[in-house]
Write a protein that binds this ligand. Structure first.
Ligand SMILES: *Cc1c(COP(=O)(O)O)cnc(C)c1O
Length: 387
């Protein structure tokens, strides 16, 4: 089976991990701060706080912004459940903003309308989590303007987007948001096995996230309530978690990060080949906004419902899977998940995300995808979709 996404591990990556295994520190050693500095530098942010998953990064980002019971977090329904769950972890309430049918990102028009209504109801969000779907940035300038107008904070869920640009600046530089989160799960752009990072330009937010990452414990006398009792002394001053990244993971991440540009370039190559080869088929190809240089985490097409291809996405999905092409679907709209329905959400509430979901199919795209494998995928699509 050709998967839809796959990590790319070379000998240098393996050597980097082995070096840590032979060293004194498997965790809380020198690699994690080095990795944090390298990611922050790469994306143009001041601070990086590495953790054990992208989900953990979203959680500590919400906590650092003070999200809690009675507050609202808004995100896109076209995302992985973690973008919304992080708000629930904090006891906040969740709502969604429907997507733009062209970019599949949060619609600015829908956001502006929803904010206007929320203001009259006194239910404005405290935190907005825009998701850079498939690696293409949301319209962050517009989101930033709205955040100033309505007074909410912004966490960019850039799990798909390390290596991408918005208006020629790297995603993560923090020009338009408070915190940006990246995931290093193996299907993402670069991997640490499991892992994530939150980057910010705000030293206070960074310090809070460092605390929440590790039990809310501090060894810094300035942050302590009592006087230092001795060399062993630490204080728990907040309720945090054990979300730490290991040094093995950070070493892998450091090695992978050096390969990021190559990965993104190869993804663009493959994407533009798909664009050329699939033109003329009854498929809607990924729209690319002029302000964005996508990291191309995903290559998503929509099956044209107006076409003569009977059976649509369901039939095409099964056909491709049958012949060993591991297509996938991103995403089942979060509000239609049973857990979210148990919170009161109903199908029909975010119609653009639902329409998109009915037609979408993610084709294989990863740096190690071979040219002949891609040709095979294209041929299967042609044979299936052309009369
Ligand atoms: C992968 C992903 C996450 C969660 O990242 P993990 O590292 O798997 O916890 C969150 N949001 C989006 C959009 C993702 O794709």
């Amino acid at each position: 089976m050709i998967p839809y996404g796959r990590q790319d591990i070379n000998e240098a990556d393996i050597a980097a991990v082995l070096e840590v295994l032979r060293s004194d520190c498997l965790t809380q050693g020198p690699c994690v701060p080095r990795f944090e500095a390298a990611v922050a530098h790469r994306v143009g942010a001041e601070y990086g706080v590495a953790v054990n998953s992208g989900t953990s990064a979203l959680h500590i980002a919400c906590l650092a912004l003070g999200l809690g019971p009675g507050d609202w977090l808004w995100t896109s329904p076209n995302t992985f459940v973690a973008s919304a769950n992080c708000g629930l972890y904090c006891g906040a309430k969740i709502d969604f903003v429907d997507i733009d049918p062209q970019t599949y990102n949060m619609s600015i028009h829908a956001l502006a309308e929803k904010l206007e209504r929320a203001e009259t109801l006194g239910k404005l969000p405290k935190v907005l989590v825009p998701v850079h779907f498939a690696g293409q940035s949301c319209d962050m300038e517009a989101i930033h303007d709205l955040s100033k107008q309505y007074g909410f904070r912004v966490i960019e869920d850039a799990s798909h987007a390390i290596g991408g640009l918005y208006k020629n600046a790297p995603i993560g530089c923090g020009m338009y948001s408070d915190i940006t989160v990246f995931s290093f799960h193996p299907v993402k752009l670069v991997t640490t096995g499991e892992g994530g990072i939150a980057v910010t330009n705000d030293s206070e937010l960074a310090a809070k996230m460092v605390s929440f990452r590790s039990h809310g414990i501090t060894r810094d006398p300035i942050q302590m309530k009592n006087t230092v009792d001795g060399g062993w002394y630490y204080e728990q001053v907040d309720l945090g978690f054990n979300y730490r990244m290991t040094d093995m993971q950070a070493a892998l991440g450091l090695s992978q990060l050096e390969r990021l540009d190559g990965f993104v370039t190869r993804r663009h190559q493959l994407a533009s080949l798909y664009n050329t080869e699939l033109a003329g088929l009854p498929l809607l190809l990924p729209f690319q906004h002029q302000d964005a240089y996508s990291a191309f985490h995903l290559y998503v097409v929509q099956v044209d419902l107006e076409s003569s291809y009977v059976g649509g996405r369901y039939k095409l999905f099964n056909k491709l899977r049958q012949v060993g092409i591991g297509v996938n679907v991103h995403y089942i709209p979060v509000h239609t998940q049973p857990y979210y329905q148990s919170l009161g959400f109903k199908p029909g509430q975010f119609i653009e995300a639902e329409k998109y979901y009915q037609r979408a199919i993610t084709l294989p795209l990863f740096p190690g995808l071979q040219d002949n494998e891609q040709s095979e995928i294209v041929n299967v699509l042609r044979n299936e979709l052309l009369p």
